[in-house]
Each structure stands twice: as structure tokens, then as C-alpha cells.
Design a protein around this ligand. Structure first.
Ligand SMILES: [Zn+2]
Length: 548
């Protein structure tokens, strides 16, 4: 690719990095304005200022916004459009310790890092002269710079460009994706108003080695999804002096963890690509004080990655697994109690526990049967209260609703309630069975195979980390999303997604991004030869192929 473009990408990347933009701070807004300023310097946007504008994030504490920039080719009329997204926020800088003031100054940082103890690999990379260090330089301001420089180049010669490019520089990717979620309805609006025919969403977010010593650089066509199946375990409290009279919810929770945690039985496998198995993100009983009374209830939830499982399928699998775990606990308790009775010369009578597991939706239905339709209003009221309560995050808010609904039930016996904790990221599988999927796969394949370089470039189907790309689509099966809405308490209030818009977009996605290492660590660094010389060529060719 031409040397001027590479130089320009580096320039823009450094300009973006110089502006601190830690997620959920006011700096995110300044950052967005910086992107607007850089784009605004381009002749094309000076001539067409209406094609560069902000879209605000709704009800946002920091008043964040995204920048949308549109280039319309003038060579021949075409509705074909490639959508680019790039996030402009970064994670914090506390990991830099006493070097944090240099986190946004790659040149000084490189010098200062020489005074720190570093792994051999980092030292080698440093000595190679190919790497730049700094917060956000890899995740993902070098990716943003690629899009911006390519748009600058294309827009400077717009008479010879056919098709359209829409770029959104989005905020809050490292947080709750509120930037992307503001962009999705904007894409729908633009399509209605201008008739754009979207081909795909491309996101040049960072690409890391998949394992230590991995020689490949990946292009991911599609993305992993994520759900958080949650178990609200109601046991039976007791005094520790009569411990066999209770049912310890921690024991049921422990059994569920033993069964699910990092168990590949729950991995999704698609085209040989395997999701990481579930892992707990929280496990805790809900007793607030110390006492010799055992806990009444426990909560645990898992990060659950998906390549093909829908929310309804994950719910089914989790209800089944929890039921088996609960049965196992009842069996174990009886064996232990029998042994204990034998040792202490008492008569053994089987414990009264019955294993049972239900979805939140089933709980809701059971309570509604008792209380009637006014349950809907009562729950809506509680949802309103917890939404306003700043002590809780959306995960705790959801739990509060589950606790409330369960408290209304006349049945106080032990039970496991399975529900979904926010957030939800749909996976996007670009199978190649539809025209737009095939076109994207072919475009990337063409771009990669015709780009000469010394790197081993490998295409995969699922970006392994969750990202904004998930929101370019949503499952079309009604029952898949019904299961989500019915089992994520307060959905639409505590946590919301523009599901209908996502379904309507229904776009294939790809992450073709800059290469580097150690994102989210103080040794975050971008490899500049690939990221500034090879990547722009791949991105440019992919775009041109899609618009052909
Ligand atoms: Zn990122």
C-alpha cells in the first residue's frame, strides 16, 4: 500500500492516543470531539458538513455521543454501503503505575519502559523497532486511524469512488456498548431515509495472538456471543447446631460450579471452532451478616460463550444441569446423614428435600397463578424502584427482581431459579449460506490472498472476545428471544437492547484489525508494520470488493 497512507495512519493513531479516553469518564466526550475535529479537517467534510455529525447516547450520565461520518461515492449511483465501527474509549491507566502519566505519550513511554522489569518477549519486541506502546494504541486507536485515513484517501478522490462508506466512532465499548447501541437505530434510520444497501459491518478492533508463540495473524469473520446464566438457589436456613435440618444453598451452588465450571461439555463447536467453557463470574450467598444461622439463598452466575446456542437453548441446558446437580446434592446429603446417624446411634429417616429447578419464567407463571394479573404492575413498580436505586448495578437490580417475585410465592421450599443476568451479546455466525455472507467471505479472502506480505494470515469464524459487533444482528427465531425477554427480569427497563433493529439489520460482520500484544496491560503495544502497512491494504480491498 502507499507509504503516504501508512504515514498518515501512524500520525492519526498518535493523535488519538494523545487524547486520554478512559471508559466512563468525561474524557470520552473530548475524544469523540477529537475524532470529529480530525474528520472535519478533510476537504470532503468541509464541503459536506452534513455528512459528519454526532448522535447522542440516550440518558447517559456523561452525555457521551458517537461521531458518524458518511462518504458517498460520485462515480456512479450505487446504494451499496460498507459500515465501519471503531471504538474510541480505552480501559483505565492504573496498570501503568508510576508511568501512568506517559500512557498516552508513546515516544516518552518507550524510553521510560526501559527502566522497568519486562518479560523477554516485550524486550525483544521493543528491540525489533516495530512496536509502539501506549494506552489504546492497540485497543483500538490504530484501528480507528486505519478507517479514518482510508476515508480521507477515498474521499479525496470521491469522483472515482462508487458506493458508500459509513463510519461510526463509538464510545463505551469497554463498558456497556452504549455507543454501538446508539448507532444501531441510526443505521436503521439512514437505511430508511437514504436507501442504503448495507453489505457488512467491519470493525478493525485489535487482533492478538491466540496463544503464546502463535505465528498467525487472524481475520475474524463473525463473532462469539455471550450470555450469563444465573442460578438463584433457595435453600432452607437452620441453626448450625441442627445442621441436618437445613438445606445449605451453598452446597447446591458448589455442585453447580463443580459441574459447569470450565466443562467443555457446555462448549459450542462450529466449524471446528470451540467456545471457552462457562466460568463463574460470581458465587456468593446472600446473607448480609455473620451469625450461626446458615444461608437462606445463594446466587451464582457464569460467563457463557456461544457460537450457536440461542438464549432458549442455554436456558434449557442450564435448567437441566441445575436439576441434576440438585438431585446429586440431595443424594449426597442423605448418604452423609445416614452415615452420621449410624455413627451416633440414631435412627435414620430420609431427609425431606426434593430437588427442583425452574426458569424465572416458570416462577413468574406460578406466582401469577396465585396473585393474578396485578403481579405485572407490582413487578413493574419494583423494577422502577431498583432502576432508580444507584446502589445497585444492573446485575444486582435483576437479582432484586428475582428475589421479590420469589418472595411473593406461597411455596417456600428449596428450589433453584434459573434466569439470565445482563448483558447479552448475540453471536454472529457468517456461514456463507446467504448472499451477503458469501460476499463478505469472498471479499476478505480476495483481500488477504492478494496482499503480499511476510505474515501468516489466517481467517477464522468467531472473534473470541465479545465486542460491539454482536449488535449488528440478533437471532431471528421468535422463541430464542422470547426466552431472553422472559428470563431476564426487568428486560427493557433495567437493561435494554434494540432487538428489533438488530434483527432488521441482520448483517454479517468481521473484525480485521491491527496486530499487537497485551491489550489491557501496561505493555499494550501495536506492531506497526502489519497494522500500518498491511492492514490498510486488506481493509481497503475488502471494502472495494464489497462495493463492487
Ligand atoms: Zn477493543
Amino acid at each position: 500500500m502507499n507509504a503516504d497512507l501508512s504515514k498518515r495512519i501512524k500520525e492519526i493513531a498518535l493523535e488519538l492516543v494523545a487524547q486520554k479516553s478512559i471508559v466512563e469518564t468525561d474524557d470520552e466526550v473530548t475524544m469523540t470531539e477529537k475524532v470529529y475535529e480530525i474528520m472535519g479537517r478533510m476537504d470532503y467534510f468541509k464541503k459536506h458538513p452534513e455528512k459528519l455529525y454526532y448522535v447522542p447516547v440516550k440518558n447517559d450520565r456523561w452525555n457521551r455521543k458517537i461521531v458518524v461520518a458518511i462518504v458517498n461515492g460520485e462515480k456512479a449511483p450505487s446504494k451499496k454501503t460498507v459500515v465501519f465501527i471503531g471504538h474510541t474509549d480505552t480501559v483505565g491507566i492504573s496498570d501503568y503505575g508510576n508511568l501512568s502519566e506517559y500512557a498516552t505519550k508513546p515516544e516518552v513511554l518507550a524510553e521510560k519502559l526501559k527502566e522497568v522489569n519486562l518479560k523477554q518477549e516485550v524486550l525483544d519486541d521493543m528491540a525489533s523497532g516495530k512496536y509502539l506502546f501506549g494506552r489504546g494504541i492497540f485497543d483500538m486507536k490504530s484501528g480507528d486511524a486505519n478507517i479514518m485515513a482510508i476515508m480521507e484517501m477515498i474521499s479525496a478522490d470521491v469522483e472515482n469512488f462508487e458506493g458508500n462508506i459509513i463510519f461510526a466512532a463509538v464510545c463505551d465499548e469497554e463498558g456497556n456498548s452504549s455507543g454501538m447501541l446508539a448507532f444501531v437505530p441510526e443505521l436503521i434510520r439512514l437505511r430508511k431515509e437514504c436507501g442504503y444497501d448495507y453489505q457488512a459491518v467491519l470493525d478493525p478492533d485489535y487482533i492478538a495472538p491466540a496463544y503464546a508463540g502463535d505465528p498467525n495473524i487472524y481475520q475474524y469473520i463473525g463473532t462469539v456471543g455471550k450470555l450469563m446464566p444465573t442460578f438463584f438457589v433457595v435453600g432452607k436456613e437452620t441453626h448450625v447446631g441442627e445442621s441436618f435440618s437445613g438445606l445449605d444453598p451453598n452446597q447446591v451452588a458448589a455442585e453447580i460450579t463443580r459441574r459447569l465450571n470450565l466443562n467443555p461439555e457446555f462448549s459450542d463447536v462450529v466449524e471446528g471452532e470451540v467456545t471457552l467453557p462457562p466460568i463463574t463470574l460470581k458465587q456468593r450467598d446472600l446473607k448480609t451478616e455473620y451469625s450461626v444461622q446458615t444461608a437462606k439463598s445463594t446466587i451464582l452466575f457464569f460467563n457463557y460463550a456461544t457460537h450457536c446456542s440461542t438464549p432458549s437453548q442455554v436456558m434449557d441446558k442450564m435448567v437441566k444441569a441445575a436439576q441434576e446437580c440438585f438431585e446429586e446434592v440431595v443424594k449426597t446429603l442423605n448418604e452423609r446423614y445416614e452415615k452420621f446417624c449410624h455413627m451416633s446411634s440414631r435412627d435414620y429417616v430420609a431427609l425431606p428435600w426434593k430437588a427442583r429447578t425452574m426458569s424465572y419464567h416458570d416462577l413468574y407463571t406460578a406466582v401469577k397463578k396465585e396473585i393474578g394479573d396485578k403481579l405485572d404492575d407490582m413487578v413493574a413498580e419494583v423494577v422502577k424502584e431498583v432502576v432508580a436505586d444507584e446502589r445497585y448495578d444492573s446485575r444486582d437490580k435483576t437479582l432484586k427482581v428475582v428475589e421479590y417475585v420469589h418472595s411473593l410465592w406461597s411455596d417456600k421450599d428449596p428450589v433453584v431459579i434459573v434466569y439470565l443476568t445482563p448483558p447479552y451479546y448475540p453471536h454472529i455466525y457468517v456461514e456463507g449460506s446467504r448472499d451477503n455472507e458469501k460476499a463478505l467471505l469472498e471479499a476478505v479472502n480476495y483481500a488477504v490472498s492478494t496482499t503480499k506480505c511476510d505474515y501468516s494470515l489466517v481467517q477464522k469464524k468467531f472473534l473470541p472476545c465479545i465486542s460491539d459487533l454482536s449488535y449488528a444482528s440478533a437471532p431471528k427465531e421468535k422463541e430464542a428471544l422470547d426466552a431472553l425477554k422472559q428470563n431476564m427480569p426487568g428486560f427493557g427497563e433495567i437493561y435494554d437492547l434494540p432487538l428489533e433493529d438488530m434483527q432488521a439489520l441482520d448483517l454479517p460482520v468481521a473484525d480485521i484489525g491491527s496486530y499487537g500484544k497485551d491489550a489491557h496491560q501496561f505493555t499494550e503495544r501495536v506492531e506497526t508494520v502489519y497494522s500500518y502497512e498491511v492492514l490498510p491494504e486488506i481493509l481497503y480491498k475488502t471494502t472495494m470488493e464489497l462495493l463492487k
